[in-house]
Structure formats: structure tokens, C-alpha cells
Design a protein around this ligand. Structure first.
Ligand code: GAL
Length: 419
């Protein structure tokens, strides 16, 4: 396997790529270039498990790992857009099922995969609501590899005890009380955050809890009204929580924020369940070094997202890309990837025994199979495309600088009107 163009920083994204000529090969058919943002702790190991199997099955193909560092794809998506616009696509890239994928489809960047789905029996293997999120105008455009949960609260049980907090807070009010107690009674950070996107991630859990599942989902309808007392209340709670975080830092990605919990430096971190994969990699003990619960007030709702792989128009090595898609769509591939990644399979016919070693994942799988209420993660591409999402991020960034909650609410409302 070769690695291409990893660790590109936001500041030098597109220019670096264009100048260095990074991108696909000349299409001689001996290479497969896969693009993702899985480079860091917990993320890379899942990808590596798939690459290893791919290389065993395809010894003549040179696998090029074109991952670009940066949690939730903040850097990778900008790099990818540049490559797609300049007609230099990788052979396959990671994209979220839902509105994010729709952006790529509408721009004409993706090939439909209907025949592949029929050959592999994928429609039958995936839940209907997931199939809907990858379908556009009657055709399917990507291959989901997993289901992640966004609304998970990770906490350090030892620090909660030290602060006199009796178990995981079940509501936002209880969370704020717990944060105050941690602040007063311990030296730890009450709520850890990392780079700015982790604050966007926290915001979606607070909105879900404060508004409820239906009203949260409705927020992401084009033209939705964010100028309501209910949204004001949700944002006020968000502000109260933010008062108990350390300053967000571009230098710390989600791994650092989650690690602070398992290392006893922070009491809470609201982060997707990719953290479960990372805690395993760190050798942390579930129930001791860290524990988890749904984000306060969201029990019974799975705020979901799904990573999927695509076949871009003009992929230089289409035959190899199809072999990759076959692997990631297979039950075997999903059971190699997901237990390490900290996600549950997109397919419904995989082997539950593969998830039994992880107390978190076996619980997540059971809950998913129990048909919970569903909310789409906005930050991770389900409910809105990149334009809307980036406007939310800009508004959150300004708020973090000026603390003007009214302005934040106004900008969030504006962002919803622009669709
Ligand atoms: C999400 C992605 C996950 C995980 C996470 C943190 O957007 O779907 O697979 O990688 O970002 O980087």
C-alpha cells in the first residue's frame, strides 16, 4: 500500500494539491486510489482492516491510500471538491449518505450503482431508510459501510463520583448541574471539546434534546423557522454548556477531546461512537476509564449517520473501484471494518457475534435493531449538504469569538432560508 497526500493542513489545501500533482494515476489499471479522512487514532485501523483484505484478494493492485487528515472530513471535503472540480477524481471516495451525497450527485460527480446493487442484492441487505438516503431520482449512488451514532455522551465515572454526581445525567438540566459540580469539586475540564467542528457536533445533540426528535428533524427542512423561542431556549442551554468547556482548539481534533475523558482529564465529551474504536485502541477499560449514555435528553433516538463509498465519474481505475465497493458492501468486509471503527454494520445480515467483544457496540447494535426513533446528523451530512453545514459552522465560529447568541440564532435562521 502507498500513502498519498496525508496530513494536508487547511491552509495549504488546494494549492498544495494542484502544485504537487497529487491525484489519480494515469489509469494503467494496476492501481486503486481510495480517498477518505480516516488517518487518526481509531479511524485508520478500520480502513487498514479493509485495505489488508483488499490487498490479499487483489495482489496485483497497488492500493493508494489518499486519506487527508482532519476529523469529520473538514479538510478532506475541501480537497475532494477541488479534485472533483478539476476532473481529477480518486477511484472511490468516502461520503456521507444523505444530503451531502446529493450535492455530489447533483454536481454530476458520481456514477449510479443500480446494476451493482442488483448483482450484490444490496437493496435487500440494507434498511429501507438508509437506501432512501443514497437514492436520487430512482438510482442509488453509493455503498454504505456502516451506521454511526452521533448523540453519545462519554464520561469518566471516577470524576463524576469525585464531583458527587450520581450517574450519567439524563436531561440537559442535569447535565448543566453535573458540569457545575465538576467545575466546583475537581480540577478536571467539565466538558471537553476539540477543533471547532466538535462544537458543531455538540450543538446538534443539544438541539435534538431541547427540541425533541420531530422538531429537530424539521429544522433542516429548507426555509425552516429557527427564529422561535424554542430555538432560543436550546441555544441558551448550549451557551450554558459551553461555559464549562476548555477553549476549542484547531490543534486538537476529536481524539484529543475523547482521550481526555478516558485519561481522567475531562468529565464529559459528546462525540460520535467512533470514540468507542479509539478507546479500544488506547486500551481504555469500558465502565472504568470511560462510560457512555445517550446525550442527555435523547434516549430512544438514534442520531445517525453513515459512511459510504462512491464510484466517481471518470474514476481512472473503475474495475478496481468496483472490487473495492464489492468488499466494503459485503457482510465480511463490514464485519472486518466496523468492530474496529466503532460503528455497526449498514447491512442487516452480518454476524452479531463480531460485535460482542465490545460492550458499547453490542448495545448499539441491539438498540438499532430495536427500531429507535431516527434523527439525521446535520454535521455528518445526513440532513443538509455542505453549503448549509458550512454556514452553520461559520456562525458557530463567530459566536465562539463574540459570544453573541442573538446573532448566532439570526445566522442559523438565515442559513435555513437560503435553500
Ligand atoms: C464522521 C465520519 C466518521 C468519523 C468521524 C470523525 O464524519 O462519518 O466515520 O470518521 O467523522 O472523523
Amino acid at each position: 500500500m502507498r500513502t498519498r497526500c496525508t496530513q494536508v493542513t487547511a491552509a495549504v489545501l488546494t494549492a498544495t494539491l494542484l502544485a504537487s500533482g497529487c491525484g489519480g494515476d494515469g489509469g494503467d489499471g494496476t492501481e486503486l486510489e481510495v480517498f477518505s479522512w480516516w488517518t487518526g487514532g481509531g479511524e485508520e485501523a478500520g480502513l487498514e482492516a479493509l485495505i489488508e483484505r483488499f490487498e490479499e484478494d487483489n495482489p496485483d493492485v497497488d492500493f493508494v491510500n489518499a486519506a487527508v487528515a482532519g476529523g469529520s472530513g473538514t479538510n478532506a471535503q475541501a480537497v475532494l471538491e477541488g479534485r472533483l472540480q478539476s476532473q481529477d477524481p480518486p477511484d472511490s471516495f468516502q461520503g456521507h449518505a444523505g444530503a451531502e451525497l446529493q450535492d455530489y450527485i447533483e454536481a454530476g460527480y458520481l456514477q449510479p450503482l443500480d446494476d451493482f446493487f442488483a448483482e450484490q442484492g444490496l437493496q435487500e441487505a440494507m434498511p429501507d431508510q438508509l437506501a432512501e438516503q443514497i437514492t436520487y431520482d430512482g438510482s442509488v449512488y453509493s455503498v454504505p459501510v456502516n451506521i454511526h451514532r452521533s448523540n453519545v455522551m462519554w464520561f469518566d465515572p471516577g470524576l463524576l463520583e469525585e464531583a458527587g454526581v450520581d450517574g450519567a445525567p439524563g436531561t440537559l438540566d442535569e447535565l448543566v448541574e453535573a458540569l457545575e459540580a465538576v467545575e466546583a469539586e475537581t480540577d478536571a475540564i467539565p466538558m471537553a471539546v476539540g477543533a471547532q467542528w466538535t462544537v458543531d457536533h455538540l450543538l446538534e445533540s443539544v438541539l435534538l434534546s431541547s427540541l425533541g426528535t420531530d422538531a429537530y428533524n424539521e429544522l433542516w427542512e429548507p426555509g425552516a423557522n429557527w427564529d422561535t423561542p424554542e430555538v432560543t431556549e436550546a441555544l441558551e442551554t448550549f451557551e450554558q454548556i459551553m461555559e464549562h468547556t476548555q477553549e476549542e482548539s484547531a490543534a486538537e481534533d476529536w481524539q484529543e477531546a475523547s482521550r481526555r475523558v478516558s485519561d481522567g482529564e475531562a468529565a464529559f465529551n459528546i462525540m460520535g461512537d467512533w470514540a468507542a474504536g479509539y478507546f479500544d485502541e488506547l486500551g481504555a477499560t469500558p465502565g472504568e476509564d470511560y462510560d457512555w449514555a445517550p446525550s442527555p435528553g435523547t434516549d430512544g433516538t438514534y442520531m445517525w449517520l453513515s459512511d459510504s463509498f462512491t464510484l466517481p465519474e471518470g474514476a481512472p481505475n473503475e474495475e478496481q473501484a468496483m472490487a473495492w465497493l464489492e468488499l466494503v458492501s459485503s457482510a465480511e468486509g463490514q464485519d472486518l471494518f466496523n468492530p474496529v471503527k466503532g460503528s455497526i454494520p449498514a447491512r442487516e445480515d452480518t454476524d452479531p457475534a463480531e460485535y460482542e467483544d465490545s460492550p458499547y457496540l453490542s448495545e448499539a447494535l441491539a438498540e438499532w435493531q430495536d427500531e429507535p426513533e431516527l434523527a439525521g446528523s446535520f454535521w455528518h451530512g445526513v440532513t443538509v449538504g455542505n453549503r448549509w453545514k458550512n454556514e452553520v459552522d461559520t456562525a458557530v465560529g463567530l459566536y465562539l469569538g463574540d459570544g453573541e447568541l442573538d446573532t448566532l440564532q439570526g445566522s442559523l435562521h438565515e442559513a435555513a432560508q437560503a435553500e
